[in-house]
Design a protein around this ligand. Sequence first.
Ligand code: G3I
Length: 366
Amino acid sequence: MRNLTLLLVFALAVTLIGACDSSPNNDTDPDPAPPDSTGQQNPDPTTLRGWADSAGVNIGTAVADNPLRTEDQYAEVLTREFNQVTPENVMKWNTIHPSRDSYNFGPGDTLVDTAEANDMDVHGHTLVWHSQNPSWLEDNSWSEDTLKTIMEDHIRTVVNHYGDRVQEWDVVNEAIGDGGSRRPTIWQNTIGDEYIAEAFRIADDANPDATLYYNDYGITGLNNKSDGVYDLVRNLVEQEVPIDAVGLQAHLSTDGGAPSLEELSENIQRFNELGLEVGITELDVAIPIGDGEPTDEQLQTQADIYERMLTACMEADDCSNFTMWGFTDRHSWIPNFSDGEDGAALIFDESYDYKPAYNALIRVLN
Ligand code: G3I
C-alpha cells in the first residue's frame, strides 16, 4: 500500500511538472528565475526583459517598421523580451526629412508610441550620417554656412519633436573611416572637422537630458579604427563638447573577427576612463549559411560570442546599453546585405523560437 501511494504521488508530480511547462521551445528554455533582492520573483521570470530589469540592464533591439505594423507576433515578442528600442531606419534623414521643408514623423511616432505604451526606453538613430540621406541633401553643392544651418535645423527639429520621449541619441554615426581618420562625407567635406563638435552642442542644447552617443562599426576590438574613434572622442571631451557615450555597433560573424573578452573589455575600459559611457548598440552575429541552415556548432559559436559581448558589458564600469540589431532571423538586414551568403544572425529564429544565443544571454544576466 505504501509503495502504491508513493507511486501515485510520483506520477502526480510528473504530470504537474509537464503541465506547467508551456514554453514555446522546451529544449532551449531559460533557467527558472531566482528571487530578486526584495525576495520577490522577477516581473516575468521567463523573459530576457525580466532578467534585464532585475539586473538593471537596458536590453534593446533595433525595430523594423513594416513588421511592427503588420505582424502581431513581432510586436508581441518585442515588447515581451526588450526594455529598449532603436528605430532601424525610420529616424534616418531619408524617412524623417524627405524634403528640405518637410518632416515625416509618422513612422518614428509609431515606434515611440509602442515604446511608451510598454514602458521601454528609446535610443534615437541617427542625427548626422553619410548614408540613407535624401537626394535633396546629397545632390546639392551647399555652402558651408547653408549646410550648417540645415544640420542645425534638422537636429533641433527632430530632437525637439521627441523631447523626453527619446532618452538617447546617436548624434554622429560612422564619421571615422577604416584607417582611423575622418571619413570624407558631405558633412566633413563641406563643414570640416568642426561639424562633429557642433552637432553635439546643438543636440545637447535641444535636449540637455538625453544621453548623446558617437556610434561606429568595426570598433569593438583594439585596431586603427577604434584608435581613431578614441582620439576623436578624447579630443571632444578635452574641448568640453557635450558627448556622453560611445556606441560600439558590433556587427560580428561566427567566421572570425569577433574580439576576445579581454580585448573588448580593455577597449570599453579606455572609453570609460575618459568619462564616457559605452553601449553595445547594434549587435548581430552573422553565420555563413548560404541557402542552408546553421549547424549546431555554428549556433554554439554564435551563442558564445553573444555571451562574451554581454559579459564584457556587464563587467565594465559603465556599459549601460546592450542592443541587438533586430531579434528574429525573419527580419534582419544581413541576408540582403550579403546577397544571401550570410544569415541567422539574431537570437530568435525565423519562427520566433529561442536560439542558443538567447539562453546564453539569460545565463549572463542570471
Ligand atoms: O523601404 C525600401 C522599400 O520601399 C524598397 O522596396 C526596398 C527595395 O530594396 O528598399 C527599402 O529600403 C531599404 C531599407 O533598408 C528598409 O528595409 C533599403 O534599400 C536598404 O538599403 C536599407 O538598409 C538598411 C541599412 O542600414 C542602410 O544603410 C538596413 O535595413 C539597416 O539595418 C542598416 O542599419 C545600419 C545602421 O543604420 C548603421 N550601422 C550599420 C547598420 C547595418 O548596415
